[in-house]
Write a protein that binds this ligand. Structure first.
Ligand code: NAD
Length: 420
């Protein structure tokens, strides 16, 4: 089943439970606009290569389209469509006035020089410029795209508009988020995804009386989201007893020494080289099935499937990655009583702070990190409470409840604005 079919299935399920107006379900089942572009890029050796890129704008009933763009050799339009729909739902779950979009270019960025990546990024901007803008569609970093690329994006967009970002065109910085701080980024953006997930986890833990000191956490994906989550959860008193990256994982009976583990990952490029008393190297499959209380999924989509859902020992799953559990696996986990805090809620901290970045760019006034954190916490806690209330009301899973929360808000907007 394709990723987009997974998304449609999730919408279908929630629609049935909440008796969603069938016309709203039809609107949500198709993106409003799909853009495909061919990007001619001059390579360092003088040759010309044509790359294929996409921007899919799923829905803007709640506000301007919002969503990252990725550089990966396996990008395809179906994947981008699924991710764009999840963005619409995610923004609505946390109640920020944004719609959903996603972009991508089929390229292995590791094979390109920095100059080639800059020319590729600027060409992408030139070809999507007519359809993006601070009040139209606002891209952001995603897999393999960085704050520096977002700076190139804003710079190229301003050039096309004939404006100076440091002068009268300051508000055009809001055409893209996830920029570096000197170029209009927001404080707290780097940590936002993990931080938002931790705020939600904290609310859940309190509601069931879970004690961090007695709770073992295993984290798949020691990258941006997973690595920061490890640090924040350890600071809250949780024991991080296992983690992994693309090369494999490590598990231990007691809490891992995170500063030493991070140093190892930086120096030797993988956590599998981390050696300490009681630490065992495991495969990625074994890591997912490790004995623990909480499993944090922070790597890729489709990690927990029909093949391994039955073997998961964790009592709950926090999805920081997008789509790490397939719909079929979701049903198995629900039957086993394993609670899943779904991606569209758990990782929404990233897009929430991106929204803060848009507000700061528009006002040309920048917030301190504490202010960002307080505002992020307010939004995440409120979203958790609404999702939990819907889960109780409809006697459904948290994922179904998150979709219901989002779809109800989108339905109200579509009807209020008479969009259909
Ligand atoms: P990242 O590239 O920094 O980290 C990903 C990590 O996963 C890396 O350590 C990589 O080695 C590891 N990995 C890759 N394949 C693996 C495998 N098979 N098994 C175990 N580990 C594997 O990326 P990130 O920004 O942390 O994003 C991770 C996930 O979170 C993605 O699904 C992304 O879409 C999602 N997400 C990230 C953000 C954000 O702000 N960073 C926001 C929302 C969602």
């Amino acid at each position: 089943m394709s990723l987009f079919e997974n998304t449609l299935k999730q919408i279908e399920k929630a629609a049935k439970i909440m008796s969603l107006d069938p016309e709203i379900k039809s609107v949500m089942s198709v993106p409003q606009r799909e853009i495909e572009v061919s990007l001619p890029v001059r390579m360092d050796n003088g040759s010309l290569r044509i790359f294929t890129g996409f921007r899919v704008q799923h829905n803007n009933a709640c506000g301007p389209y919002k969503g990252g763009f990725r550089y990966h050799q396996q990008v395809d339009k179906g994947e981008v469509k699924a991710l764009s729909a999840w963005m619409t739902i995610k923004c609505s779950v946390v109640g920020i006035p944004l719609g959903g979009a996603k972009g991508g270019v089929i390229v292995d960025p590791k094979l390109l020089s920095e100059g080639e990546l800059e020319r590729l990024t600027r060409k992408y901007v030139q070809l999507v410029a007519a359809n993006v803008g601070p009040t139209i569609d606002v891209p952001a970093p995603d897999v393999n795209t960085t704050p520096k690329m977002m700076d190139w994006f804003a710079d190229e967009y301003a050039k096309i508009q004939g404006k100076d970002l440091n002068g009268e065109g300051f508000a055009l910085k809001g055409v893209v988020t996830g920029k570096t701080l000197p170029n209009g980024g927001s404080k707290g953006r780097g940590e936002a995804t993990a931080q938002g997930g931790c705020y939600v986890l904290h609310e859940y833990a309190q509601s069931i009386g879970m004690e961090p000191a007695k709770t073992r956490v295993v984290i798949q994906g020691y990258g941006n989201a997973g690595g920061i989550a490890a640090r924040l959860l350890a600071a809250d008193g949780y024991s991080i007893t296992g983690t992994s990256d693309s090369q494999g994982g490590v598990v231990s009976d007691k809490a891992l020494d995170l500063p030493a583990l991070t140093a190892c990952k930086t120096e030797k490029k993988s956590v599998v080289h981390f050696a300490a008393e009681g630490v065992k190297v495991v495969t990625n499959e074994e890591l997912l099935e490790a004995d623990c209380d909480i499993l944090v999924l922070a790597a890729l989509e489709n990690q927990v499937t029909v093949d391994n859902a039955d073997k998961i020992k964790a009592k709950m799953i926090l999805e920081l990655a997008n789509g790490p559990v397939t719909p079929e696996a979701d049903e198995i986990l629900a039957k086993k009583g394993i609670i899943v805090i779904p991606d569209i809620l758990a990782n929404a901290g990233g897009v929430t702070v991106s929204y803060f970045e848009m507000l700061q760019n528009a006002a040309n006034k920048y917030w301190e990190e504490d202010e960002v954190k307080v505002k992020l916490k307010d939004i995440m806690v409120k979203a958790w409470q609404e999702v939990k209330a819907n889960a109780d009301k409809f006697k459904c899973t948290l994922r179904e409840a998150a979709f219901i929360t989002a779809l109800a808000r989108i339905e109200a907007k579509i009807k209020e604005k008479k969009l259909i």
